[in-house]
Design a protein around this ligand. Structure first.
Ligand code: ADP
Ligand code: MG
Length: 707
């Protein structure tokens, strides 16, 4: 999906003209820019922002470089350019000196081309990351630029991202600056009309759009650059918050099925079949759901609760509420295994109540599938449990009243939308997520939903003890696991399986399995294994052996990550833990500690760890609070990586960062709400700029379809 939060102004002829018409471009370069950076119009170039600036006033003297130095910008004379090594080891070496010292520059790629373009005894400005090799500092692949009248003039020179191919064809950072300059010679403030109303600019102290863009490319001072960046970030976040706020208004206005009654299904279950007392948090959330579904409006609710907080029972009881009102209900899980597990546990919970629960996944085929589809269509099937298979076109419900989506982050937003088609009115939607969502992320991803929180674990849970152990103490770890298993507990041993190196990972999983068989006497202990390469039924058979307690140890890949519930399991060993992300480890750890017994999580890593892996492991050891972990995760990885949102591009901002810019995010959220309170349809004349901008974004983003 396109990065649809990038600002796009409404139709302005000159900016729409093809890039080749710009001075200095022409057909050939135009084609290259199109291919390499998707720059095909002047407008695209306008939004190709510099990622940093050469500030002539900020130079480091070479003798100031020390082991703490990270990036430097130095000016000096280039000498001693030569190639070294052969074949793949070939590299280009050059030395730059100023009046305080000298430092080597290195190129391992594109050496040939660099060699041709560099000139000895000329003055250059160099920017790059300093590293230490054999006791000497050097800079690999620096940005390097000849000092000339143009760029020694002071001020901040923009530096643009370009590609290897463009560089080789002579479109360097510098050429970009020239092109952008040519662009600004062609356009004036009239070509970049303001989209935000006067009042807003004043209230939030925002630069006009034209100056913001101009200063983003060519700031005179750092202050200008900061102001320009602020304005454009503000706009990006404002647009996203406005879209979300509008979606929310749409939801609020959406008619829904009123669940007016609470009757036999719900009441009997509550009185006769509930296996435990609900926590106060669970009761509160159920009340919220009952209120919400009773109003004749469509419910769009997010249920947030840490792993093990007991979301499933809330889902089940909400579905009973739907049944009590004459509707069908469904629950969707992200994986086959999880769907099957939900199916078994829900069937069991409801076994004495004569409710027709059906499982529909991709693995359900042939005659059985046909039967189930018929039962869903004629209403015989009351509760459907399944995967994405449930939202396929071919699946027709008689009258779907409630759809529960478990572990939502694996479901695309667009998929949520498809539920609309399953009834005359859209069903109520309850999205459940185990990963606590940092507030800023919630505001951008789920800002359109009402939120319920289960902030209380079922009673009697003991905090999971988490330790970090290195490979060389594996024997002790296994000894410990054997003791736990010997006393009747069960254990998980999880291996990473990451697609790029699937084959290697697969082999290490198998090797691990063989080892585990040796550690655990096969005659005494039963070991099961599940992984993604098994056929669904084989995987399911093995999983069930563990669920039923027939297997003591489950060797697995992350296919078990989400939602699997085996309360008797008390040990989670994560192999190569350094390769897992924080939220993934937290999910895995959540598989234990589900009963009343003390549980353990062992993070096994190699002996040497990168700083970042070490930090992740330390966070895991220091807290079991999913919310804290999610915050740390967001801070360490950035939102783009989290929750699989990368693919869906839901949060792609060009400049804004929802962690760093959370203050702007809060401000724009309020501004968006205020704006819609005054002018919900954006019909006022001063809001036309915003309206047009939203229309453009909406076309690109398919947001209109989101439920
Ligand atoms: P999650 O929120 O991670 O989906 P589950 O719904 O799988 O959590 O519940 C985790 C475990 O806690 C299950 O074994 C469930 O039966 C149990 N459980 C849920 N609610 C309660 C409660 N109120 N009291 C005791 N145990 C509970
Ligand atoms: Mg769950």
């Amino acid at each position: 999906m396109l990065d649809y939060f990038c600002p796009i102004s409404h139709s302005v002829p000159i900016l729409e003209s093809p890039i080749e018409f710009l001075k200095g471009v022409g057909p050939q370069r135009g084609e290259l820019l199109r291919q390499e950076l998707q720059i095909s119009t002047l407008e695209d170039l306008l939004y190709h922002y510099p990622y940093r600036y050469f500030d002539r006033t900020k130079l480091t003297k070479i003798n100031e470089i020390n082991s703490q130095t990270e990036y430097v910008q130095i000016a000096g004379t280039l000498v001693n350019i030569y190639e070294e090594g052969t074949g793949r080891g070939k590299r280009l070496v050059a030395t730059i000196y100023d009046d305080t010292g000298r430092i080597e520059l290195l190129w391992f790629q594109g050496a040939q081309w660099m060699k041709k373009s560099l000139r000895e005894n000329e003055r250059y400005i160099v920017f790059g990351k300093v590293s230490l090799f054999n006791g000497l500092f050097n800079i690999s692949h620096p940005e390097i630029e000849l000092v000339n009248a143009e760029n020694s003039a002071g001020g901040m020179q923009p530096v643009y991202s370009t590609t290897e191919k463009l560089r080789i064809k002579g479109i360097t950072n510098r050429s970009f600056a020239k092109l952008t300059q040519a662009l600004f010679e062609r356009i004036s403030s009239e070509d970049v009309p303001e989209v935000l109303p006067e009042g807003m600019l004043r209230e939030y102290k925002l630069l006009s759009r034209y100056y913001a863009l101009r200063w983003l490319h060519f700031p005179d001072t750092e202050e200008h650059e900061r102001m320009a960046r602020y304005r454009m970030k503000w706009e990006e976040l404002f647009v996203s918050q406005l879209m979300i706020a509008r979606l929310r208004l749409q939801h609020v206005a959406q008619q829904g099925w009123p669940f007016e009654r609470v009757s036999d299904n719900f009441n009997n279950f509550f009185k006769l079949h509930l296996p435990f007392e609900l926590t106060n948090a669970q009761k509160r959330v159920l009340r919220e759901i009952r209120q919400d579904t009773g109003l004749g409006k469509q419910m769009n609710r997010l249920l947030q609760g840490d792993v093990g907080s007991g979301k499933t029972i809330v889902a089940v009881m909400s579905m009973l509420l739907a049944l009590d009102n004459g509707f069908q209900a469904c629950i969707m899980a992200p994986t086959e295994i999880l769907a099957q597990q939900h199916y078994f546990s829900i069937s069991e919970l409801l076994s004495d109540m004569g409710i027709a629960v059906r499982l529909l996944t991709g693995a359900v085929k042939g005659k059985l599938r046909k039967e189930i589809l018929e039962e869903l269509a004629d209403g015989t099937a009351q509760i459907a449990v399944g995967t994405h298979a449930l939202i396929e076109e071919s699946v027709q419900f008689k009258n779907l009243g409630l759809a529960v989506i478990d572990e939502q982050h694996r479901f695309g937003v667009g998929q949520r939308a498809r539920l609309w088609k399953k009834n005359d009115l859209p069903p109520h939607v309850l999205v459940m997520t185990a990963t606590p969502i940092p507030r800023t992320l919630a505001m951008t991803m789920y800002g359109d939903l009402e939120v319920s929180v289960i902030d209380e674990l079922p009673p009697g849970r003991k905090e999971i003890k988490t330790v970090h152990r290195k490979d060389n103490t594996r024997a002790n770890v296994m000894e410990f696991v054997r003791k736990e298993v010997g006393s009747g507990r069960q254990a998980y041993i999880v291996y990473p399986l990451i697609e790029e190196s699937e084959k290697m990972d697969y082999e290490s999983l198998m090797a691990g399995y063989e080892q585990v068989k040796i550690w655990f006497d096969e005659n005494k202990y039963k070991i099961a294994m599940v992984h993604g390469r098994q056929k669904a039924d084989e995987r399911e058979r093995n999983m069930q052996r563990f669920v039923k307690g027939e297997a003591d140890v489950l060797v697995a890949t992350t296919v078990i990550e989400v939602g699997v519930n085996v309360p008797n399991a008390s040990v989670m060993v994560i192999e190569s833990a350094e390769r897992f992300g924080l939220s993934q480890m937290h999910q895995l750890r959540g598989r234990v500690g589900r009963g009343a017994d003390q549980s353990y999580c062992v993070l096994l890593t190699g002996n040497k760890l990168s700083e970042e892996s070490y930090k992740r492991i330390q966070i895991m050891v220091s807290t079991t609070d999913g919310f804290k972990i999610a915050e740390e995760d967001l801070a360490m990885r950035g939102p783009g990586d989290m929750y699989g949102t990368k693919q869906s591009g839901e949060m792609k901002f060009k400049l804004a960062d929802i962690v760093m810019d959370s203050a702007i995010l809060e401000e724009t959220r309020k501004a968006a709400q205020q704006l819609l309170a005054i002018d919900p349809k954006l019909s006022m004349v001063q809001h036309q700029g915003i309206k047009n901008m939203l229309a453009q974004q909406g076309r690109q983003s398919h947001w209109g379809k989101i439920s």
